[in-house]
Design a protein around this ligand. Structure first.
Ligand code: ZN
Ligand code: ZN
Length: 348
């Protein structure tokens, strides 16, 4: 089969590799029909994720069809259309039983194994371990594109932004960073009843997307004046929940300055550098700060909302490619700003 193979920092290729086969009785083999590229894949290509070794097939988000099942698999069969989520859940370990598959202990102590610790799904076929406790059947009448982004960024925005942030109806929230995950946080915050949703980004094109399609009620250009503008929108009070969806010190710091006393800062961003936490200002503010990696526990809920037309995650897919042209998709996604791209949709 063909697959997108990591060849070490800066190197990727659409290569011919061996077809995957069943290794464990809880595996299934999925024919990948639709996949996408994550910001994390770009980090891997930069060499930021040393656990990913040369020869690894990348990708951790897919919709496809089951073509083979392991001996222990009874609730999935050939021909089932499934969403393969970023996080694998063995269903048996302590973290999985506690609903925190992000920290599943079955493979390497982390739920994110596709395109990381085992071969991923940017390929014609993929081996999916712990399939019964990990994949989701796609409801009838729902397209691949409607559910593709439920593999990773929608549940990330919902669980790590909205749920960790404790958003309740009527809240005023700010989402700092209007990239795909920030937009997913806005979309799911709207479902959770957020009243005012303030999108903050340095790129005007992203703010336009935020307001047009993802539920933002206000937009603020990131930078020097952002704090003052957000405080003005909230009448000086600050926001109930500030979500960080960039992953740099300046944006995290902004979140801690715009949150109201008693409010919550939900960090979603992937940070590569230390950040100063200004406890000399914050100790008296009664705020809560949360962090996390998605577990995917909300995917069933999001699938229902997609089926019923309550979320339109497909709006994140701005650019479309054939699977054989995945290298071109990487070029576009890697220069997303130039192309006004949010997410790419790659279809077999
Ligand atoms: Zn991802
Ligand atoms: Zn587990």
């Amino acid at each position: 089969m063909k697959a997108l193979v990591f060849g070490g920092p800066g190197q990727r290729s659409w290569d011919t590799v061996d077809d995957p086969g069943i290794q464990d009785p809880t595996d299934v083999i999925v024919k990948v029909e639709t996949t996408t590229i994550c910001g994390t894949d770009l980090h891997i290509l930069k060499g930021d994720v040393p656990a990913v070794t040369e020869g690894r097939i990348l990708g951790h988000e897919a919709v496809g069809t089951v073509v083979e099942t392991g001996a222990a698999v009874s609730s999935l069969k050939q021909g089932d259309r499934v969403l393969v989520p970023a996080i694998t859940s063995c269903g048996r370990c302590g973290p999985c039983k506690a609903g925190m598959a992000a920290h599943c202990e079955a493979v390497g102590g982390i739920g994110w194994i596709f395109g990381h610790l085992i071969d991923g799904v940017q390929a014609e076929y993929a081996r999916v371990p712990f399939a019964e406790t990990s994949v989701h059947l796609v409801p009838e009448g729902v397209s691949d594109q409607q559910v593709l982004f439920l593999a990773d960024i929608l549940p990330t925005g919902y669980e790590i932004g909205v749920q960790n942030g404790g958003v309740v109806p009527g809240d005023t929230i700010a989402v700092v960073g209007a990239g795909p995950v920030g937009l997913a946080a806005m979309m799911t915050a709207a479902i959770a009843g957020a009243g005012r949703i303030i999108a903050v980004d340095t790129a005007e094109s992203r703010l336009k997307h935020a307001q047009k399609s993802f539920g933002a009620t206000h937009t603020v250009i990131g930078g020097e004046n952002a704090e003052a503008e957000i405080l003005e929108i909230t009448g000086g009070a600050g926001v109930d929940v500030a979500m960080e969806a960039v992953g740099i010190p300046a944006t995290f710091d902004l979140c801690t300055r715009i949150v109201r006393p008693g409010g919550r800062v939900a960090n979603i961003g992937v940070h590569g550098a230390p950040t100063t936490l200004h406890l000399e200002d914050l100790w008296i503010k009664n705020i809560t700060i949360t962090t996390g990696l998605v577990s995917g526990s909300t995917v069933p809920t999001l699938l229902k909302l997609a089926r019923d037309g309550r979320i339109e995650a497909e709006k994140l897919g701005t650019h479309h490619f054939a699977l054989a042209d995945i290298e071109e998709a990487y070029d576009v996604f890697g220069a997303a700003g130039e192309h006004d791209a949010l997410k790419v949709v790659i279809q077999a």
